[in-house]
Design a protein around this ligand. Structure first.
Ligand code: UDP
Ligand code: MG
Length: 344
């Protein structure tokens, strides 16, 4: 039987929330109870109707069970559960598809992003900003390797892309409904959400915060995934790697032209420079290497084009809990026609 608190929550959960908070969850059983505690505290203080959408990204631990327990206690916790692991960026995308709030916040499950900052974000939003993104001024509990590669990554990205992606900014941000609706139209497969959120434009502003160490558990972003995200970010927003091939080609062609002229002149003047196989071999191998590298670059773009052409849905939902009895049910996500169980 539902307790009176739960009935009260159910009544509240029926009205369209002002604030939607999206949390991607992948094997986070160790942090879920604390996440819930801190999140509820913060959201209650803000005092607007809210919903917490947890996207279970194919967790293999007890995360889903814990989330469902929370949902049954407090229906403002809504759960979208994928059929397998689709990745962090896709989990966020699903959250945006299901969120119904006037303002939508994306936050990591591991409490590295302090939920308390949401209050500041809401204040800025009320001042009229459409996107309030969180800028890390300090990061604790990360290896120097992660710190430096991340620093380098944001600075490189800024140099080579046309989109103004703010430095040292993760996915922790608040977005107005208008921005969310725009983002829903962008259905590309290899997604870099921070870039897309900048790409859509609108009035954006940053708020600074200290990034804390992970509350519990291990990072779900090993080096391989970081590299993949980097490649997605670069290929999504820049043609520079492709152009580099052209620039390099022109440069080498020019150099060989000079070489040809020099050789002919030397030969005509009776000088026998440039003989021997070693120099030929080195030149051929060098060029072969360069060509393979740029073939690889072409391949990176080609593979992504192939992904787009296939037009597969971005994710498959196994179950969704908490989306049935709302007066304004979320639209079926664009491109997503697959039948999935809306459980309650
Ligand atoms: N995450 C996810 N799917 C994945 C990997 C990560 O939903 O395949 C979630 C994870 O549960 C966390 C957030 O994405 O809420 C960020 O992951 P993590 O904290 O491990 O990344 P880091 O902070 O180490 O870069
Ligand atoms: Mg983290």
């Amino acid at each position: 039987m539902a307790s009176s608190a739960a009935t009260d929550h159910r009544r509240l959960s029926n009205s369209r929330p002002v604030l939607s908070v999206i949390v991607p969850v992948y094997n986070e059983e160790a942090v879920i109870p604390e996440l819930y505690r801190r999140m509820v505290q913060v959201l209650e203080e803000i005092g607007e109707p809210w919903e917490l959408i947890c996207v279970n990204d194919g967790s293999r631990d007890r995360s889903l069970q814990l989330l469902l327990d929370l949902h049954h206690r407090d229906p403002r916790i809504r759960v979208v559960s994928f059929s397998r692991n689709f990745g962090h960026q896709i989990a966020i995308t699903a959250g945006l598809d299901y969120a119904r709030g006037d303002a939508v916040v994306i936050i990591d499950a591991d409490l590295q992003d302090p939920p308390e900052l949401i209050q500041t974000m809401v204040d800025r939003w009320r001042e009229g900003y459409h996107v309030v993104y969180a800028v890390r001024v300090d990061r604790q509990g990360e290896s120097w390797f992660k710190l430096w590669t991340a620093r380098l990554f944001y600075r490189l990205l800024r140099r080579i892309t046309d989109v103004d992606i703010p430095l040292d900014t993760g996915d922790f941000r608040l977005m107005d409904r208008q921005v969310v609706l725009s983002l829903r139209c962008l259905r590309e497969t290899n997604r870099f959400m921070r870039g897309l959120a900048s790409w859509v434009g609108f009035r954006q502003i940053g708020v600074e915060y200290q990034r804390e160490p992970r509350f519990a558990g291990k990072t779900k972003y090993p080096l391989g995934r970081m590299l993949r995200l980097t490649m997605d970010a670069i290929t999504s927003f820049s043609y520079l790697p492709l152009r580099l091939g052209t620039y390099f080609g022109f440069f080498l062609a020019f150099l060989s032209l000079v070489g040809i002229v020099a050789t002919v002149i030397l030969r005509l003047s009776g000088n026998n420079a440039f003989y021997g196989q070693a120099s030929t071999l080195v030149a051929v191998l060098f060029l072969g290497g360069i060509q393979l590298i740029f073939l690889g670059v072409l391949g990176e773009y080609l593979g992504r084009i192939y992904d787009e052409v296939k037009r597969r849905p971005l994710y498959i939902v196994d179950q969704a809990h908490g989306f049935a009895d709302v007066p304004d049910p979320p639209p079926p996500p664009v491109n997503l026609q697959e039948p999935h169980r809306v459980v309650d």
